[in-house]
Design a protein around this ligand. Sequence first.
Ligand SMILES: [Zn+2]
Ligand SMILES: [Zn+2]
Length: 480
Amino acid sequence: MKLTRRQMLKLSGASLGGLALGGPISGFGSTQDPKTTDPSQRNSLYDALPVFTPGTKLNEDEMRITFLGTSCIPRLSQECNSVYVETGSGDQFVFDCGTGVIAKYNALGVPMSKMNKIFFTHLHGDHTSDLIHIYCFGPSGDRKSPLYLWGPANSGWTYYDPLGAHRGPYDDGTRAFCQNFRNLMRWHSESFSFGSTSFTDNPTPEEIQTAWGLKEVPVKVGDDADTDGYAIFPIELDWTLNGAVAGDNIAYYNEQTRVTVKHFPAIHTRRGSVSYKLEWNGLSMIFSGDTKPNTDMVSQAGGVDVLVHEMVMPAYDWALKNSGLPPSDPNFQAAMEYATQVQNSSHTPQGAFGYLLSQMNPPPRLAVATHFQAADDTIASAMRSVRNHYPAGEVTFASDLMVLTVSKNEIRQERAVVSDFAFYPVSPLKPVSDPLYWKWDDPVLKTAKVSDATAQVILTTQIQPTDPDTNKFNYRADGY
Ligand SMILES: [Zn+2]
Ligand SMILES: [Zn+2]
């Protein structure tokens, strides 16, 4: 959506020339719903978008970009960082999966089986937290096939402080992350392994390498079978590569769906963060992850259809919102200094986002600021800064459940209307392998292996539906 001057003025007016203090709802105690009166409690830009109905078929020439999490702090209107991209050729990708996003994936009807390719920009918690749920409940749902996880290799960084003491290097890359994660989830994965955790037709790592154009045969972490749903295959990326040697930064290339995913270096907090660029059918999108403004982004984003780029509010505004302190409070200065340090080491300020866009040639068809707490007051402030440098191009602000449908002719911006009461969506189930915890159907005849759901529990103190000794009825075994 292009903000007209009139909309801009309206937003500016709504914010009364500055930021409304966030934190506790400032209309609390009044009988009016603060969402109608408080510019820090609503996002008029988002609310004005037309409705998208989940399940709407994607045309063969369209790419869809859905925002599941768009903030770095979990809030009910914006969970933490995740973008889901689907192509008209039937491929789909998860970019980051921060805190709280799985409920939104569910509500949109995205089954676990379509969340098997996850691309991490970096290993911060606000970009990785919901991996626990996605990993754990895939195999008990309809992802009875391995999880593939792209992310940066080791940072390799060693730090010497002024007295010569050093930290690192640590084993801090995506493979180590996955290895430890696999062990962390052992209790969970065993507990669900009384049911089948793999389809019989899952491809081998060699077949995956060919299908997805991987540089090497992927190697799993842990002791799961190569085709098991609890197997994790990390695909580590050399985060220094930027495509200077053609193709050196290709993370994924699928000949069948014609999708290419490339990576290039981001500048964020410490070494080892990347941004991703997805190209398909003459369309492209970039997901920056977290980064300071950088020249790799400028060269990669020239002519991109949709640029999804992080942005942070000014340190003063952040301190005001995040600390809840008035500027006169002695602790406010410390909050502001910390916010300034975070910005300096890690993020793209509002004006820098505008400048960055002004350097791209040609500019993106649509630039989307994300990782940003989007409300009427913050958007008005951001738009003023962005427009100082980038007066005319299309800019918008991501909020959760925003849906972009991209084709050569248009980029449709909509907001998905979903149920707050969704269950897990599933895709059609296929033949499955034997479970790991199994027993013979008949101890004598041994004609079939069946699930042994109680193999891992001690049942001696269980209250039976009907007491086998006294034949006393306690409750109905079917739950009624
Ligand atoms: Zn972040
Ligand atoms: Zn981060």
